[in-house]
Design a protein around this ligand. Structure first.
Ligand SMILES: Cc1ncc(COP(=O)(O)O)c(C=O)c1O
Length: 508
């Protein structure tokens, strides 16, 4: 039997999905329910009397009233429209969508961990504290730092914590420098973290080779003499390039009285190769959810742990985990601490997964993971350099950035079209239009990060698809311009969906 409807050309599976594609708010009928509860055997309460102004009005919660089978089909249908790393290559640059080994999940689900309550007395959670302590020691070893706080819930909060510690360090010395140097290739969270700390950012232009040059840093330090709080530098940068002058740059910033913050969200390219704390970096966040295979996407949970050299140790958030003899405890008495950053101790489930990954691979395994990630990115770079323009003609680290420069000029097909067409080939699109056109010579970026977990066969299939799209664009650009064709829904109005989310959640 053909898997296509001969009349419409639409795959049968897709038609079946479209058949039931009504939003859940348009399904069901008043009074229908998926639950069968026993009759009430206690007196009913008058909500208005019991809760006063907090009582919900007569309208109820406004949820769809549907049967169990409608709910089951709704979520099953949504899951079949979804894409995940367990389905296929997820080349979303800068996000490091590597496969999360199931052994980590198994560890996180062990009843002794999963059943813990964060308010339990310390004496009953020694095992959890030992794991946190062990993870901190491993991360210190990997990054070359004196201490690591596990508290921040994500990279962005790690940055916030890092800049807060920088501010506290200067304040402790009686200074209030206000400027933070940030290259134009940085992630948007860097300037946001400065703004939240009432600091101003000074933009640094990367050179024609995509790298930050020490001259630009010297100039900025001279222009803002005695007012430099720090530099925030991402290494490898969001262009997938290694910042070769990091050591010299750190010296210049230190001489100017500032500290060096490294955005270590891309540490998966440096494991076993560079220990930033020994290369002039004072403080750095690591995204556990990127580097150490804790699941991420869809809003978390993540973990943006922060490593510091000894001079920043007094300012770490409280509590810290300490070990005395063979006992572990939480320490709250840190007079110079920036304080608590969030409820309890961090995203503990992420700690278990990261710890399990680190212990499973060990030093040599982590180094190999980095080498494979870099090799895979360079493989894609070499295979697709004939089909797409390279943003920078330099070897890649963990990710490679192409642009639509030549393709757009020759065929009119641009970055968004390529990303949409790729979905017809069964792949999640790469990150697009980041880094911004200012850093890619005005062209739309396609930022591809394969990660270390993909096989050569998968990389080849992906490259075949990308190359086929570029070839097809020369013959018939309209195919890509109107893509996707094979998905349940065609090209969406993404701006409207983002600006007018009410459309998605309101019952008519
Ligand atoms: C370079 C860089 N910095 C900061 C972040 C922010 O991390 P998060 O999304 O965990 O807040 C990311 C996220 O991927 C990143 O790639």
């Amino acid at each position: 039997m053909s898997d296509k409807d001969t009349k419409s050309g639409t795959p049968i599976a897709t038609r079946q999905l479209l058949h039931t594609s009504r939003p859940i708010f348009e399904q069901g009928t008043p009074g229908r329910s998926g639950a069968s509860l026993p009759p009430l055997d206690v007196p009913a309460i008058d909500a208005a009397k019991a809760f006063g102004a907090l009582a919900r009005g007569d309208g109820g919660p406004g949820l769809p009233e549907v049967s169990e089978v409608e709910v089951t089909r709704h979520y099953t249908r949504l899951s079949r429209w979804n894409y995940a790393i367990d389905i296929g290559l997820y080349p979303l640059g800068s996000c490091t969508m590597k496969y999360n080994p199931k052994v980590n999940e198994r560890a996180a689900r062990m009843p002794g961990f999963a059943g813990l309550h964060p308010a339990q007395p310390e004496s009953t959670v020694e095992g959890a504290l030992e794991l946190m302590w062990g993870l901190e020691r491993a991360l210190c070893e990997i990054g070359g730092f004196a201490r690591v706080t596990l508290q921040p819930a994500a990279g962005a909060q790690g940055e916030l914590a890092g800049v807060m510690m920088i501010r506290a360090y200067h304040a402790d010395k009686g200074r209030r420098p206000a400027k933070v140097l940030i290259p134009d290739s940085a992630h948007g969270t860097n300037p946001a973290s400065c703004a939240l700390n009432s600091m101003e950012t000074v933009g640094l232009k990367t050179g024609a080779d995509g790298l930050l040059h020490v001259e630009a840093v010297k100039e900025a330090c001279a222009a803002h003499k005695d007012n430099i709080a720090a530099i925030m530098i991402t290494n490898p940068s969001t262009l997938g390039l290694f910042e070769e002058q990091l050591g010299e740059i750190a010296d210049v910033v230190h001489e100017a009285g500032g500290l060096v913050y490294m955005d270590g969200a891309n540490l998966n390219a440096l494991l076993g190769k560079v220990r930033p704390g020994e290369a002039g970096v004072d403080v750095m966040h690591i995204n556990l959810h990127k580097t150490f295979t804790t699941p991420h996407g869809g809003g978390g949970p993540g973990s943006g742990v922060v490593g510091v050299v000894s001079k920043l140790e007094p300012y770490l958030p409280t509590p810290t985990v300490e070990k005395t003899g063979d006992k572990y405890r939480l320490e709250y008495n840190r007079p110079k601490s920036i304080g608590r950053l969030r409820s309890f101790f961090g995203n503990f489930g992420m700690f278990i997964r990261a710890y399990s990954y680190i212990r499973e691979l060990g030093g040599p395994g982590l180094t190999l993971a980095t080498e494979m990630a870099v090799l895979n990115a360079n493989y894609i770079r070499a295979r697709l350099a004939g089909s797409y323009s390279l943003a920078y003609d330099k070897p890649s680290m963990h990710e490679v950035v192409f642009t639509d420069k030549k393709l757009k000029r020759e065929t009119g097909v641009q970055t968004l079209d390529v990303a949409k067409r790729l979905m017809d080939f069964g792949y999640h699109p790469p990150t697009i239009y980041f880094p911004l056109p200012a850093v890619t010579g005005g062209a739309g970026a396609l930022m591809i990060e394969p990660t270390e977990t993909e096989t050569p066969e998968t990389l080849d299939s992906f490259c075949d698809a990308m190359a086929a799209i570029a070839e097809e664009a020369k013959r018939d650009p309209e195919i890509a311009k109107n893509a996707p064709h094979e998905t349940a829904l065609r090209r969406l109005d993404e701006t409207r969906a983002a600006r007018n989310p009410k459309l998605r959640w309101t019952r008519e």
